[in-house]
Design a protein around this ligand. Structure first.
Ligand SMILES: Cc1cc2nc3c(=O)[nH]c(=O)nc-3n(C[C@H](O)[C@H](O)[C@H](O)COP(=O)(O)O)c2cc1C
Length: 282
């Protein structure tokens, strides 16, 4: 068994401990492992252990031989108790039985508001089910301000952000996209081609707006507002619905709000390539 443990983050009283374990097997053995865990009641019993906040399995679509377990514990003490539990012994035995390789990532998650930067980038994840709760004005302003501070080519600031909160505006969004997911606020991030830096037939209008949107998305996470980046919408139809000038190009939608209690998270969030696959030192 290969066990590669990556410890990220530091001790902190308000933290939760989150652990991602990737079990990889052959010929469906990882899935068989999970099925046996469920059939034996191990999954339910771990969920009932003291201090357990989450114990979920995911099947990454791009890797059929791997299952991802995400478990989250109130504190180190709860995790230590789990490690000494009978359940842990049974899980280890099953893992041996199915000859699974294991890779562990452990990190801390802090309280949702005003997190440190690393926690923000780790906590940001796509939310696809929002509850019917408005985003407080103060938080919305912080999010919009983060967009204002984003860098743009030659500092030309071509972004135009349309904030959809009224029923009428949200209905327009629903007409052009299936991806509002019930959010009470949608930021329609656009870019004015007349303002953006351009040379010949090249323009940074899209790049600029993407940076603005990224700033806003991360600030939303920082102030505890859930969010998602949406590309899937009819851009021409949106322009028509909101009566946008020709030069204003819609780039993305950012539905923001508070995730529904039943939303279990985006399974793809934890499927990230190894650095070696995407980074090339030259
Ligand atoms: C450019 C871009 C376009 C996206 N478009 C959509 C979309 O149209 N609908 C949707 O449900 N999610 C969309 N997403 C969300 C991604 O699926 C999600 O960010 C990705 O699975 C990674 O998961 P994470 O954000 O939870 O880390 C988009 C994300 C990006 C960055």
């Amino acid at each position: 068994m290969i066990c590669d443990r990556i410890i990220l983050g530091v001790d902190n009283k308000e933290m939760n401990l989150t652990i991602n374990i990737y079990y990889t097997g052959q010929n469906g053995s990882a899935k068989a492992f999970v099925n046996e865990m469920i059939a034996k009641g191990i999954v339910d019993q771990v969920r009932n252990e003291k201090g357990n906040k989450r114990y979920d399995y995911f099947f990454p679509i791009n890797d059929p031989e791997t299952v991802l377990l995400i478990d989250c514990w109130e504190n180190q003490e709860a995790l230590d108790l789990h490690h000494k539990s009978l359940m842990m012994k049974q899980i280890a035995e099953l893992r041996e039985k199915y000859h699974l390789k294991m890779r562990v990532e452990q990190y801390t998650t802090f309280s949702k508001e005003n997190q440190d930067f690393e926690t923000v980038i780790r906590n940001r994840t796509a939310t696809r089910k929002f509850k019917n709760k408005e985003v407080e004005k103060e938080k919305l302003n912080k999010i919009l301000e983060a967009g204002r501070l984003a860098p743009t080519a030659k500092n030309l600031q071509p972004q135009k952000i349309y904030v959809a909160t009224s029923r009428e505006a949200l209905e327009k969004i629903d007409k052009v996209s299936p991806c509002r997911y019930g959010a009470s606020t949608v930021l329609v991030v656009c870019s004015d081609k007349k303002i953006a830096w351009a040379k010949d037939d090249y323009s940074t209008y899209e790049m600029d707006a993407c940076i603005v949107a990224t700033h806003m998305m991360l600030e939303a996470t920082n102030v505890g507002v859930d969010n998602i980046w949406i590309e899937m919408f009819d851009k021409q139809a949106l322009k028509k619905e909101f009566g946008l000038e020709d030069s204003i190009e819609p780039i993305c939608l950012l539905p923001i709000g508070y995730k529904d209690d039943e939303y279990t998270g985006n399974p793809l969030h934890h499927v990230r390539k190894e650095l070696s696959e995407t980074v090339i030192f030259v």
